[in-house]
Design a protein around this ligand. Sequence first.
Ligand code: NAD
Ligand code: AHE
Ligand code: ZN
Ligand code: ZN
Length: 374
Amino acid sequence: MEQKFIKSKAAVAWGPKQPLVMEEIDVMLPKAGEVLVKIVASGVCHTDAFTLSGEDPEGLFPVVLGHEGGGIVEQVGEGVTSVSVGDHVIPLYTPECGECKFCLSGKTNLCQKIRETQGKGVMPDGTSRFYKDGKPLYHYMGCSTFSEYTVLPEISLAKVNKKAALDEVCLFGCGVTTGIGAVMNTAKVQEGDTVAIFGMGGIGLSAIIGAVMAKASRILVIDINESKFELARKLGATDCINPKKVDKPIQEYIVELTDGGVDFSFECIGNVDVMRSALECCHKGWGESVIIGVAGAGQEISTRPFQLVTGRVWRGTAFGGVKGRSELPDYVEKYLKGEIVLDDFITHNLPIENINQAFDLMHEGKSIRSVVHF
Ligand code: NAD
Ligand code: AHE
Ligand code: ZN
Ligand code: ZN
C-alpha cells in the first residue's frame, strides 16, 4: 500500500550534544488509532536538554525532541473516535488508555499500554512516522513536539477547551502539571503543612503554585540562582534560601529553621546529592520527600537507612501523578478562570528556528520556560 506523507518543519537532534538543525522532514499520515497534530507551540523542558546531553539511558538519535506542546488535530486515522479534526489538544507523554492494569489499578497514572515502543522511539506498531531523505527519525517520549506536524496514538492526546491559548497551555503538557500534581496528587499536601522545594525552574515554581493551592503554612524554596527568587516570592514562597550562602549542610539548616524538618520536600533539579538533602530535611517520623528531577545514566541515590527507619519516606512522581486525558481539561479550565496563571513562566517566546537559543537560555539560568512557535 502506498504511504502518504506531509512535509513538515522540524528541529532535528542528529546526535548528542549537537545543536538542533532545522529540517524539512516527511511525516507519514496517521495509521489506525493515530492522530496527526499540527503543533502551534511547545515549551522547552529540562528533560529535552537532558536527553540531548546524551545522559538519558533511553536517548536515541536522530530524534525529534519536544514533549510540552499544544496543537490542533489535522487528521485522524481509522477508528479514532475521541478527537476530531479541529480539536485543540495537548500531547501526553504519559498516555491514558483506561484499560491496562496500571490504568485500572487506581493507584498510578503510569499507563503502560505503549510504554515499551515509546521508549524505543517508535509508534505502537514499531515504526516511525518521521523521515528525512527516506531514512527514519526517532520519536521522543511519544510526543516530538519540535515538529510542525507530529503523529500520536489517540490515547496520548488530551482534548482541551478551544478558548485557551495553545502557546500558553502547552506548559500543561509537562512542567506546570508536574509541579502542581506532585504536590496535590503525589504528596497530597494538606492545609498547614510545611514544604521545601529544591530547584526553581518551571517544575519547582509550579510546585509552589500547588503548595499555595494546598494551603501549606510555610513554603521554603532553595536555589543557587537567586534571580529565581523574585518570581518564587510572587507565587507564594515564604523563605528563599541559597544553599551556597548557608554555613552548614542545607538539610541541617532547614531542620533548625522548621523545628525538626518539613512535612514534605520536592527535588526539582535532577541532582542526586540534592535528592539526599531533600530527604534529610524532612521531619523525623513522618516527613516525605518526592523526587521529580531526572538523573543521568549510572547515577544513584543514597542516604543512611536510618533516615527511613526513623520514619522519613522517599517517593517519586512522573507527570505529577496526573492522568492526562481525565485531568488536563480541568487544569485548562482553571487557567481560563485565572486560577492558574502561566504568563510569568513564559520568559521567552521564540520562533522554532531559534530553538537552540532556548537551550542556551536554560543552561545560562536566564529562562523559566521558552516557548517555541511554528
Ligand atoms: P530548570 O533547568 O528550568 O530548573 C532547574 C533549577 O534548579 C534551576 O533554577 C537551577 O538554578 C536549580 N539548581 C541547579 N542546581 C542546583 C543545586 N545544586 N541546588 C539548588 N538549585 C539548583 O529545570 P526544569 O525544567 O524545572 O526541570 C527540573 C527537573 O525536573 C529536571 O531534572 C527535569 O528533567 C525534571 N522533570 C521531571 C518530570 C517528571 O515527571 N518527573 C517532569 C518534568 C521535568
Ligand atoms: N528515560 C529516562 C527517564 C526520564 C524520565 O524519568 N521521564 C519522566 C518524565 S520527565 C518529563 O520532563 C517520566 O515520565 N518517567 C516515567 C516513564 O515512564 O518514562 C531514563 O532514566 O531512562
Ligand atoms: Zn518535561
Ligand atoms: Zn493504560
